[in-house]
Ligand binder design. Structure first.
Ligand code: FAD
Length: 388
């Protein structure tokens, strides 16, 4: 089988990448398993939800996917409240920047469903097999199918097999921290506010979700040290619900009233990783290219930024260059260097800053939050950054 571009990986980054390329008139093929999507149920929410930035929303809209998602499953983030561990506090709100929202909270399953539909509409060829090896530059699947492409795009996630087969090293640093995610019914309305607590024992976020029959709902992302996370993940459902209710009541100081667990608890090992982004006839996008601490909710947004840049650079290349031309790939690496580094520095820096227990550091980081709170110009910059 021959194609101009083969996109390996059928998560959100891979699906969006194939679509963005096809929309620019490129011949792109998808290689990867078809995600198994549960039918949408009004009272059950996909365990993974993402804070989708306005830039990602615009990209998904331009790919024809945003409007395919039911509005009832989307939640606006109208404001953010960030609290430090010694009284520091920062409030950001969309109206301060004359915007309707800072970001959207969307379930992973809904984005995938919409992207798959859009791929079907565009008639993108899909080889529903797994990449297995490279044979003299030809992609070979676990079913023995051989795919020859001018450009191979690795969108097959943090453990990318294509990246490894191409001999591209990933510099991986485990944080020793697990990201716990679960949904809760809360006693008080969240009013579209994303809440975040930077605490000495980890970073806790409660993201606004659509209301349910039981009441208002939030999604938790709680990054804590592995031993405690493992203890919680091993608990029986009833004991876990009671333990989480107690711990969250303390951590949130009752900000949303009682929190009742309404989903299973999932844990994700958190790592920081970086890669060269490109290799001979190969480009990396999404988690295959980089991984971040989720405290800023930006991993997928960064991956969608890769997709947008790569599709644009490939779509506007000189007619005599192939999609895998080294110069085209270097343009992509250059375009992504700054945004990837900036996001890495911010998320890793914040994680380290709040990991330090020493009192002067704790005092300083809280003063920092308070200071930003009192500087309207800096605040506006932050709001614009958060919603970009
Ligand atoms: C706790 C937590 C919270 C987060 N919250 C946010 C947030 O709020 N906002 C945000 O922007 N980001 C967030 N992130 C980051 C986000 O989860 C990732 O950046 C995103 O899921 C990466 O998508 P991807 O498509 O690159 O990779 P993946 O989702 O890992 O998809 C990889 C795909 O490749 C396929 N694949 C694997 N192996 C092969 C193979 N051999 N052949 C073919 N296909 C293969 C898989 O089936 C899968 O479909 C969070 C992460 C964590 C851990």
């Amino acid at each position: 089988m021959k194609t101009s571009i083969a996109v390996c990986g059928t998560g959100i980054a891979g699906l969006a990448c194939a679509l963005a390329l096809a929309r620019r008139g490129q011949q792109a093929l998808l290689l990867g398993p078809r995600p198994t999507l549960r039918p949408a149920d009004p009272e059950t929410y996909h365990p993974r939800v993402y804070a989708i930035s306005l830039a990602s929303q615009r990209l998904l809209a331009s790919l024809g996917a945003w409007d395919l998602m039911p509005p009832a499953r989307l939640a606006r983030v109208e404001a953010m409240e960030i609290r430090g561990d010694a009284g520091g506090r920062l409030n950001l709100s969309a109206w301060q920047s004359a915007q309707q929202e800072l970001a959207w909270i969307v379930e992973s399953g809904e984005i995938e469903r919409a992207l798959i539909q859009a791929c079907q509409v565009m008639g993108i060829p899909w080889v529903a097999e797994k990449f297995s090896s490279l044979d003299h530059g030809v992609l070979v699947t676990d079913h023995g199918t051989r795919i020859e492409a001018d450009l191979m795009i690795a969108a097959d996630g943090a453990q990318s097999s294509l990246r490894a087969a191409a001999g591209l090293a990933a510099d991986v640093r485990p944080y020793g921290v697990t990201g716990l995610v679960a949904h809760f019914t809360c006693a008080l309305p969240h009013q579209g506010v994303a809440l975040q607590w930077f605490r000495a024992d980890g970073v806790l976020a409660l993201l606004p979700m659509p209301d349910t029959r039981d009441g208002p709902q939030v999604s938790m992302v709680w990054s804590i040290k592995e031993p405690l996370a493992n203890e919680l993940l091993a608990m029986a459902p009833e004991a876990l619900a009671a333990e989480l209710a107690l711990r969250l009541a303390g951590a949130t100081e009752g900000r949303l009233g009682a929190l009742t667990l309404r989903s299973p608890l999932h844990g994700f090992a958190l790592t920081l990783s970086q890669t060269p982004m490109i290799g001979p006839r190969i480009a990396l996008v999404g988690d295959a290219a980089h991984r971040l601490h989720p405290l800023a909710g930006q991993g997928l947004n960064l991956g969608l930024g890769d997709v947008q840049a790569l599709a644009e650079i490939i779509g506007t290349r000189e007619p005599f260059r192939s999609a895998g031309d080294p110069l085209v790939l270097r343009r992509y690496r250059r375009a992504r260097a700054e945004p990837v580094l900036a996001m890495r520095l911010v998320t890793d820096g914040l994680q380290r800053l709040f990991d330090v227990q020493a009192t002067p550091v704790a005092w300083l980081r809280n003063i920092g939050l308070d200071l930003v709170e009192r500087l309207p110009f800096v605040k506006r910059q932050l709001i614009d950054g958060a919603s970009r």
